[in-house]
Design a protein around this ligand. Structure first.
Ligand code: MG
Length: 110
């Protein structure tokens, strides 16, 4: 995934909200994502098909990603810095997965 934050930076600058409001919005989106995950796994009722719920789930994940990126942009993080830290954290995650010999969840979802 190539990070191009130009458009996000432009939209974020137009937003007048402070870091607290942005953090709350991130949590609101994460809550909406959690609700879609519960629907997808059948722990919360819905009239939608599994495919429709999956589409909604993915859109809420994108909303959550946008709000997390908004906070990074708002606090002055640059693309190169974000990519470098992400890479480091993904390496750490991978190391932990190897330690516990995990089975990929995305395979189980299908
Ligand atoms: Mg949303």
């Amino acid at each position: 995934m190539q990070l191009n934050l130009r458009k996000l930076r432009s939209v974020s600058k137009k937003e007048g909200k402070d870091i607290i409001a942005r953090g709350l919005k991130l949590n609101e989106e994460a809550g909406e994502l959690s609700a879609e995950i519960l629907k997808y796994k059948g722990h919360k009722g819905s009239d939608k098909t599994k495919q429709e719920i999956l589409k909604d789930l993915q859109e809420e994940a994108i909303d959550t990603l946008i709000m997390a990126l908004d906070i990074l942009v708002y606090t002055g993080a640059k693309e190169k810095q974000i990519a470098k830290v992400m890479d480091k954290k993904l390496d750490k995650w991978l190391k932990n997965l190897r330690k516990r010999n995990a089975t990929p969840e995305y395979i189980r979802l299908k």
